[in-house]
Design a protein around this ligand. Structure first.
Ligand code: ATP
Length: 231
């Protein structure tokens, strides 16, 4: 419980099914992290396959990097520890290394665990991974760009985000996907959340109109039950 507590696998709440698109990243994480845990015998023969200690996921914000790490932890039944570089740097200035050691020691005590280090780019204020500290880069030979989704992938993400929603018949996710160039998965989620308020507003509007019509009749307005009273 230094900068963030460890989340037990049953409480993480993200699975690979919650992630739309990003299939190649999913497959890579499964091969590099899941498979060695599930089939250690396959990896015992070569020194080269034994060395994966970390993976660098980089790219624009909101593209699902945290989700991927959480899904891996859920699947691997591992604890999830999220530490952010910026909080280490500000809270522990000059003691970053000590802090990271403490986190790794906690992780090994409660192993298996996935340590997710967020905002690595903070080290040099950049979004590009190759400006990172040489020492950090050397620890992370596996580097994956998680880019903004293209239209087909935006459609896949929308499908996942809206899977449990009660959609109107005429909603065309492909056309929404084609109109949302430059949107990250997180932007798409926000867009859908905004749209989900529309039917609520419509209901309130309808209630308000009905109330206005009733009072025009000279009949008493309905009791406080109507949510139109909120406005
Ligand atoms: P940051 O770099 O800002 O930390 P990130 O890449 O780690 O961002 P996430 O935190 O994983 O992004 O994503 C933010 C939110 O956006 C998620 O909680 C989820 O709701 C939504 N989201 C992003 N990408 C996807 C996706 N591929 N499928 C479904 N939802 C997504």
């Amino acid at each position: 419980a230094l900068l963030a507590g460890a989340i037990p696998p049953s409480d993480i709440g993200v699975t690979f099914d919650d992630i739309g698109a990003l299939d190649s990243v999913k497959d890579t994480l499964k091969e590099l992290i899941m498979l060695p845990l599930q089939r250690p015998e396959l990896f015992s023969k070569s020194q080269l396959t034994k060395s994966c200690k970390g993976i660098l996921l980089f790219g624009p914000p909101g593209t699902g990097k945290t989700m991927q790490a959480k899904a891996v932890a859920t699947k691997a039944v591992a604890n999830f520890i999220n530490i952010s570089m910026s909080s280490i740097s500000s809270k522990w200035s000059g003691e970053g290394e000590k802090c990271i050691k403490a986190v790794f020691s906690l992780a090994s005590k409660i192993a298996p665990s996935i340590i997710f280090v967020d905002e690595v780019c903070f080290l040099r204020s950049t979004n590009r991974p190759f400006d990172l500290d040489e020492a950090v880069i050397r620890q992370l030979p596996h580097r994956w760009m998680v880019n903004l989704p293209d239209a087909p992938n935006r459609a896949k993400i929308l499908k996942v985000i809206l899977a449990e929603e009660d959609l109107a018949q005429d909603v065309d996710l492909e056309s929404v996907a084609s109109m949302t160039d430059g949107h990250s998965g997180s932007d798409l989620k926000n867009l859908c959340a905004t749209a989900a308020y529309r039917p609520i507003r419509d209901i309130l509007e309808k209630e308000k109109k009905e109330q206005a019509a009733t009072s025009a009749d000279g009949r008493p307005p309905p009791a406080l039950s109507s949510s139109a009273d909120l406005w």
